[in-house]
Design a protein around this ligand. Structure first.
Ligand SMILES: [Zn+2]
Length: 309
Protein backbone atom coordinates (compact mmCIF):
# COMPACT_ATOMS: atom_id res chain seq x y z
CA UNK A 1 0.00 0.00 0.00
CA UNK A 2 1.34 3.42 -0.86
CA UNK A 3 0.09 7.00 -0.68
CA UNK A 4 -1.81 6.40 -3.93
CA UNK A 5 -4.09 3.93 -2.14
CA UNK A 6 -5.22 6.47 0.42
CA UNK A 7 -8.41 8.22 -0.60
CA UNK A 8 -9.72 11.61 0.42
CA UNK A 9 -6.64 12.74 2.31
CA UNK A 10 -4.89 14.42 -0.58
CA UNK A 11 -4.22 17.58 1.36
CA UNK A 12 -2.55 15.89 4.29
CA UNK A 13 -0.53 13.67 1.99
CA UNK A 14 0.74 16.53 -0.18
CA UNK A 15 1.56 18.46 2.95
CA UNK A 16 3.59 15.55 4.33
CA UNK A 17 5.31 14.91 0.99
CA UNK A 18 6.32 18.55 0.82
CA UNK A 19 7.59 18.43 4.39
CA UNK A 20 9.66 15.34 3.57
CA UNK A 21 11.10 16.66 0.29
CA UNK A 22 12.00 20.08 1.70
CA UNK A 23 13.35 18.62 4.93
CA UNK A 24 10.89 20.57 7.06
CA UNK A 25 9.51 17.73 9.13
CA UNK A 26 8.04 18.72 12.49
CA UNK A 27 8.84 16.69 15.59
CA UNK A 28 5.23 15.72 16.16
CA UNK A 29 2.00 15.51 14.21
CA UNK A 30 -1.57 14.92 15.29
CA UNK A 31 -3.56 13.01 12.66
CA UNK A 32 -7.19 13.75 13.40
CA UNK A 33 -10.08 11.92 11.78
CA UNK A 34 -12.65 9.16 12.12
CA UNK A 35 -11.46 5.55 12.14
CA UNK A 36 -11.09 4.16 8.64
CA UNK A 37 -10.03 7.46 7.09
CA UNK A 38 -6.51 6.22 6.46
CA UNK A 39 -4.64 7.78 9.37
CA UNK A 40 -2.48 4.76 10.11
CA UNK A 41 -1.71 4.04 6.48
CA UNK A 42 -0.71 7.67 5.98
CA UNK A 43 1.51 7.61 9.07
CA UNK A 44 3.27 4.38 8.04
CA UNK A 45 3.82 5.69 4.51
CA UNK A 46 5.24 8.91 5.90
CA UNK A 47 7.67 6.85 7.99
CA UNK A 48 8.63 4.90 4.86
CA UNK A 49 9.13 8.05 2.80
CA UNK A 50 11.33 9.67 5.46
CA UNK A 51 13.60 6.64 5.59
CA UNK A 52 13.48 5.33 2.02
CA UNK A 53 16.87 5.16 0.32
CA UNK A 54 15.46 6.00 -3.13
CA UNK A 55 12.01 7.63 -3.14
CA UNK A 56 10.34 7.86 -6.56
CA UNK A 57 8.35 11.03 -7.28
CA UNK A 58 7.59 11.65 -3.64
CA UNK A 59 6.60 8.04 -2.99
CA UNK A 60 8.56 5.44 -1.00
CA UNK A 61 10.23 2.98 -3.42
CA UNK A 62 8.78 -0.12 -1.69
CA UNK A 63 11.94 -2.01 -2.64
CA UNK A 64 14.78 -0.84 -0.42
CA UNK A 65 15.76 -2.44 2.87
CA UNK A 66 14.07 0.25 4.90
CA UNK A 67 10.74 0.06 3.00
CA UNK A 68 10.77 -3.74 3.23
CA UNK A 69 11.39 -3.75 6.95
CA UNK A 70 8.64 -1.21 7.61
CA UNK A 71 6.22 -3.16 5.40
CA UNK A 72 6.85 -6.29 7.41
CA UNK A 73 6.70 -4.41 10.75
CA UNK A 74 10.32 -5.37 11.37
CA UNK A 75 12.03 -1.98 11.38
CA UNK A 76 13.66 -1.30 14.75
CA UNK A 77 13.11 2.47 14.46
CA UNK A 78 9.53 2.57 13.22
CA UNK A 79 7.01 1.51 15.79
CA UNK A 80 3.25 1.48 15.80
CA UNK A 81 1.99 1.52 19.38
CA UNK A 82 -1.56 0.49 20.03
CA UNK A 83 -3.82 0.12 22.99
CA UNK A 84 -3.96 -3.43 24.33
CA UNK A 85 -7.16 -4.99 23.07
CA UNK A 86 -8.65 -5.91 26.43
CA UNK A 87 -7.90 -2.59 28.06
CA UNK A 88 -10.11 0.50 27.82
CA UNK A 89 -7.19 2.88 28.05
CA UNK A 90 -3.75 3.23 26.54
CA UNK A 91 -1.51 2.32 29.48
CA UNK A 92 1.13 4.58 30.93
CA UNK A 93 3.67 1.70 30.80
CA UNK A 94 3.61 1.48 26.99
CA UNK A 95 3.83 5.24 26.71
CA UNK A 96 6.72 5.61 29.16
CA UNK A 97 8.66 2.91 27.32
CA UNK A 98 8.07 4.77 24.04
CA UNK A 99 9.20 8.07 25.55
CA UNK A 100 12.35 6.48 26.93
CA UNK A 101 13.32 5.02 23.59
CA UNK A 102 12.37 8.20 21.68
CA UNK A 103 15.23 9.91 23.48
CA UNK A 104 17.78 7.37 22.13
CA UNK A 105 19.38 7.74 18.69
CA UNK A 106 17.88 5.69 15.85
CA UNK A 107 19.58 2.29 15.25
CA UNK A 108 19.70 2.58 11.49
CA UNK A 109 16.96 4.95 10.31
CA UNK A 110 17.36 8.62 9.42
CA UNK A 111 14.29 9.34 11.46
CA UNK A 112 12.87 7.27 14.26
CA UNK A 113 9.09 7.28 13.96
CA UNK A 114 6.65 6.47 16.73
CA UNK A 115 3.05 6.13 15.72
CA UNK A 116 0.58 6.15 18.60
CA UNK A 117 -2.75 4.78 17.48
CA UNK A 118 -5.86 5.54 19.57
CA UNK A 119 -4.01 8.41 21.24
CA UNK A 120 -7.36 9.75 22.43
CA UNK A 121 -7.68 6.61 24.56
CA UNK A 122 -4.51 7.40 26.49
CA UNK A 123 -4.98 7.87 30.20
CA UNK A 124 -4.59 11.46 31.33
CA UNK A 125 -1.31 10.51 32.99
CA UNK A 126 -0.03 9.08 29.71
CA UNK A 127 -1.16 12.15 27.76
CA UNK A 128 0.66 14.44 30.13
CA UNK A 129 3.83 12.40 29.76
CA UNK A 130 3.57 12.61 25.97
CA UNK A 131 2.86 16.33 26.02
CA UNK A 132 5.96 16.91 28.13
CA UNK A 133 8.07 15.04 25.56
CA UNK A 134 6.59 17.15 22.80
CA UNK A 135 7.75 20.32 24.50
CA UNK A 136 11.37 19.24 24.13
CA UNK A 137 11.36 16.89 21.19
CA UNK A 138 14.42 14.76 20.45
CA UNK A 139 16.04 15.69 17.13
CA UNK A 140 16.04 12.45 15.19
CA UNK A 141 12.59 11.35 16.28
CA UNK A 142 9.08 11.95 15.15
CA UNK A 143 5.94 11.26 17.09
CA UNK A 144 2.61 10.84 15.32
CA UNK A 145 -0.51 10.81 17.47
CA UNK A 146 -3.60 9.40 15.85
CA UNK A 147 -6.79 10.78 17.29
CA UNK A 148 -10.43 10.13 16.50
CA UNK A 149 -12.19 12.47 18.90
CA UNK A 150 -10.42 15.75 19.48
CA UNK A 151 -12.47 16.44 22.61
CA UNK A 152 -11.12 13.25 24.13
CA UNK A 153 -7.66 14.73 24.59
CA UNK A 154 -8.41 16.16 28.00
CA UNK A 155 -4.91 17.32 28.75
CA UNK A 156 -4.95 19.62 25.73
CA UNK A 157 -8.36 20.58 24.45
CA UNK A 158 -10.26 20.58 27.71
CA UNK A 159 -7.65 22.46 29.67
CA UNK A 160 -7.27 25.07 26.90
CA UNK A 161 -11.02 25.52 26.92
CA UNK A 162 -11.05 25.94 30.67
CA UNK A 163 -8.16 28.42 30.75
CA UNK A 164 -9.83 30.53 28.06
CA UNK A 165 -13.11 30.53 29.98
CA UNK A 166 -11.93 30.92 33.55
CA UNK A 167 -8.75 32.95 33.28
CA UNK A 168 -9.45 35.02 30.21
CA UNK A 169 -13.25 35.34 30.40
CA UNK A 170 -13.82 34.09 26.88
CA UNK A 171 -17.45 33.26 26.14
CA UNK A 172 -18.23 29.53 26.73
CA UNK A 173 -19.21 28.87 23.12
CA UNK A 174 -16.21 30.72 21.68
CA UNK A 175 -13.83 28.97 24.09
CA UNK A 176 -15.03 25.61 22.79
CA UNK A 177 -14.36 26.52 19.16
CA UNK A 178 -11.05 28.30 19.82
CA UNK A 179 -9.68 25.34 21.79
CA UNK A 180 -10.56 22.95 18.98
CA UNK A 181 -9.24 25.10 16.18
CA UNK A 182 -5.91 25.54 17.94
CA UNK A 183 -5.77 21.77 18.54
CA UNK A 184 -5.29 22.45 22.21
CA UNK A 185 -2.37 24.87 21.93
CA UNK A 186 -3.26 27.40 24.59
CA UNK A 187 -0.81 29.96 23.18
CA UNK A 188 -2.45 29.85 19.79
CA UNK A 189 -5.97 29.83 21.24
CA UNK A 190 -5.23 32.92 23.35
CA UNK A 191 -3.63 34.75 20.47
CA UNK A 192 -6.73 33.98 18.40
CA UNK A 193 -9.09 35.03 21.20
CA UNK A 194 -7.44 38.46 21.32
CA UNK A 195 -7.01 38.78 17.63
CA UNK A 196 -10.64 38.84 16.52
CA UNK A 197 -10.09 35.38 15.06
CA UNK A 198 -13.76 34.38 15.07
CA UNK A 199 -14.71 37.49 13.06
CA UNK A 200 -11.90 36.76 10.66
CA UNK A 201 -13.13 33.19 10.35
CA UNK A 202 -16.70 34.37 9.65
CA UNK A 203 -15.46 36.68 6.88
CA UNK A 204 -13.22 33.99 5.39
CA UNK A 205 -16.01 31.40 5.33
CA UNK A 206 -18.37 33.94 3.75
CA UNK A 207 -15.74 34.68 1.14
CA UNK A 208 -15.37 30.99 0.36
CA UNK A 209 -19.11 30.49 -0.02
CA UNK A 210 -19.54 33.43 -2.35
CA UNK A 211 -16.06 32.97 -3.86
CA UNK A 212 -15.57 36.72 -3.44
CA UNK A 213 -12.20 36.22 -1.86
CA UNK A 214 -10.75 39.52 -2.95
CA UNK A 215 -12.42 42.31 -1.12
CA UNK A 216 -10.79 45.34 0.46
CA UNK A 217 -9.83 43.23 3.50
CA UNK A 218 -6.82 41.88 1.71
CA UNK A 219 -5.42 45.35 1.10
CA UNK A 220 -4.66 45.76 4.79
CA UNK A 221 -3.38 42.26 5.49
CA UNK A 222 0.16 41.20 6.36
CA UNK A 223 1.86 37.96 5.33
CA UNK A 224 1.02 36.27 8.64
CA UNK A 225 -2.64 37.28 8.25
CA UNK A 226 -2.78 35.59 4.85
CA UNK A 227 -1.36 32.37 6.27
CA UNK A 228 -3.92 32.52 9.11
CA UNK A 229 -6.64 33.00 6.53
CA UNK A 230 -5.44 29.95 4.56
CA UNK A 231 -5.42 27.89 7.77
CA UNK A 232 -9.05 28.85 8.33
CA UNK A 233 -9.88 27.78 4.77
CA UNK A 234 -8.10 24.46 5.27
CA UNK A 235 -9.93 23.74 8.54
CA UNK A 236 -13.23 24.61 6.83
CA UNK A 237 -12.77 22.33 3.80
CA UNK A 238 -11.26 19.64 5.98
CA UNK A 239 -14.41 19.64 8.13
CA UNK A 240 -16.63 19.50 5.04
CA UNK A 241 -14.59 16.60 3.61
CA UNK A 242 -14.75 14.62 6.85
CA UNK A 243 -18.51 15.26 7.12
CA UNK A 244 -19.08 14.20 3.53
CA UNK A 245 -16.97 11.06 3.83
CA UNK A 246 -18.02 10.01 7.33
CA UNK A 247 -21.55 11.32 7.77
CA UNK A 248 -22.77 11.28 11.34
CA UNK A 249 -19.33 11.20 12.94
CA UNK A 250 -18.84 14.72 14.24
CA UNK A 251 -16.23 13.99 16.89
CA UNK A 252 -13.34 15.35 14.89
CA UNK A 253 -15.04 18.47 13.49
CA UNK A 254 -13.01 21.57 14.32
CA UNK A 255 -15.51 24.34 13.46
CA UNK A 256 -17.98 22.65 15.79
CA UNK A 257 -20.27 25.70 16.09
CA UNK A 258 -20.86 25.68 12.32
CA UNK A 259 -21.89 22.05 12.01
CA UNK A 260 -25.19 22.82 10.19
CA UNK A 261 -23.47 24.99 7.59
CA UNK A 262 -20.77 22.32 7.18
CA UNK A 263 -23.40 19.65 6.57
CA UNK A 264 -25.12 21.84 3.96
CA UNK A 265 -21.82 22.48 2.18
CA UNK A 266 -21.00 18.75 2.32
CA UNK A 267 -24.20 18.09 0.33
CA UNK A 268 -23.54 20.90 -2.13
CA UNK A 269 -19.86 20.38 -2.95
CA UNK A 270 -18.40 17.36 -4.75
CA UNK A 271 -15.44 15.33 -3.49
CA UNK A 272 -13.62 16.39 -6.62
CA UNK A 273 -14.11 20.07 -5.88
CA UNK A 274 -13.18 19.72 -2.22
CA UNK A 275 -10.04 17.81 -3.11
CA UNK A 276 -8.92 20.39 -5.63
CA UNK A 277 -9.83 23.29 -3.31
CA UNK A 278 -7.78 21.82 -0.48
CA UNK A 279 -4.84 21.23 -2.81
CA UNK A 280 -5.04 24.79 -4.14
CA UNK A 281 -5.07 26.21 -0.60
CA UNK A 282 -2.15 23.99 0.47
CA UNK A 283 -0.22 25.17 -2.63
CA UNK A 284 -0.94 28.81 -1.77
CA UNK A 285 0.35 28.24 1.75
CA UNK A 286 3.48 26.62 0.40
CA UNK A 287 4.07 29.60 -1.93
CA UNK A 288 3.66 32.08 0.92
CA UNK A 289 6.12 30.04 2.99
CA UNK A 290 8.60 30.49 0.15
CA UNK A 291 8.08 34.25 0.15
CA UNK A 292 5.78 34.55 -2.85
CA UNK A 293 3.80 37.78 -3.23
CA UNK A 294 0.71 37.40 -0.98
CA UNK A 295 -1.78 39.30 -3.15
CA UNK A 296 -0.73 37.49 -6.31
CA UNK A 297 -0.86 34.14 -4.50
CA UNK A 298 -4.35 34.88 -3.20
CA UNK A 299 -5.61 35.99 -6.59
CA UNK A 300 -4.35 32.75 -8.21
CA UNK A 301 -6.10 30.85 -5.41
CA UNK A 302 -9.31 32.86 -5.98
CA UNK A 303 -9.36 31.90 -9.65
CA UNK A 304 -8.80 28.22 -8.82
CA UNK A 305 -11.58 28.22 -6.19
CA UNK A 306 -14.02 29.86 -8.58
CA UNK A 307 -13.71 26.99 -11.03
CA UNK A 308 -16.50 25.12 -9.28
CA UNK A 309 -16.74 21.37 -9.80
ZN1 LIG B 1 12.39 2.57 -0.15
Amino acid sequence: MSFKDIKGEACAIDFLKNAASSDRVASAYIFLGPSGCGKKLTAVNFAKLLNCSGPIEGEPCEKCGSCNKINSSAHPDVLVLEKEEKKAEFGIDIVLEAIRSVSLKPYEARKKVYILDDADLMSEEAQNAVLKTLEEPPQDSLLILMVEDIQAIPATIKSSEKILRDDHLVDVKDARVLARLSLGSIGKALENAKDGFLDKRARTIDALKTTKIFDSDFEKMKRGDFIGCLDIMLSWYRDILVTKAFAGKDASILNIDKIDEIKAEAKRLSFEYLDSAVNAIADAKDHLDRNANPKLTMSVLGIKLEERG
